[in-house]
Design a protein around this ligand. Sequence first.
Ligand SMILES: [Zn+2]
Length: 359
Amino acid sequence: MAWHVRGVVLPDDEVRDLWLVGDRVTFTPVAGAQTIADGGFVLPGLIDAHCHLGIARGGAPITSLDQARALARTDRDAGVLAIRDAGSPYPYPELDDEPDLPRLARAGRHVAPPKRYLRDIGIEVGAAEVAATVTAQARAGNGWVKLVGDWIDRGVGDLAPAWDADTMTAAVRAAHAAGVRAAVHTFSESAVEIMVRAGVDSVEHGTGLSLDLVDEMARRGTALVPTMINIRTFGGIAEQARAKFPGYAEHMLALRDRFPEVVRSAYEAGVPIYVGTDAGGGIDHGLAADEMLLLHEQAGMTTTDVLAAASWRAREWLGFPGLVEGGLADLVVYAEDPRADLRAVRDPARIVLRGRVVR
Ligand SMILES: [Zn+2]
């Protein structure tokens, strides 16, 4: 069965006819194809570029593939047709080609410092073992590794880099030597500086970025996945920590409060920004639209740039071709123009994944 879709195709902004044959797109008419959308605005399927399918609600590792499937379907039904998993304590390479699940770009387990990161989530290693662990986790994922660049150091009473700068630089080098890209979690000013200068491929959160550093990221082409939804939870984290770690609590609140300006500066400097929700643990799946609206309303990204950050530009970054001849038959159709009113992305009229009609 072939499908026919007609509508304003973004980013080209032209009314076009697409045919979906198997899991591919063609502009050559296919006789007998059934029309499944006529009118509306057609986008290459959305991406959640920072998502965790291996972490259950509440923060514990999942214990079955079915749990990962259920989380992935929640994202899919919101129009997210490819996911970059930013660290999973539960390996699920079996799901890479599952027909009704979003396409996957996966990191292995988080590589984290000892006894500091979220319980049971990362592989916790001292400086001497970091590079070898990165090499092993590069094989566990399919193109990415995830480094935890900083976390609270209870001895210091504040955020602190996970390891010394030489070790963190060696971690990035080990990822690249293994042929994968490295994503790094950072909240603090000090860790993000080390990691950007070490040549990391993407900064996750990046609350500690300075104006100088965003210029450096733009120069290098380093990506930023701000996860603004996550940063809004810093208030709760700070309140829980305040009695024992007042300095940390104040630091987290300050990072939260300046974050919209940080993302705005990165955007204005030309840093490539992508939509990621950080779903898993404390944040629900299926919230890509919320993150898109935050990037527009709080960080001043234009609606078209937000759509690019969630769709065609993110797909290109992660290697999932969009609506081009021979591209992937993954698309979302909206009745209203999301460039005119971004809230339209909350309500996909049609979702097609791998050539299969999901909605
Ligand atoms: Zn995360």
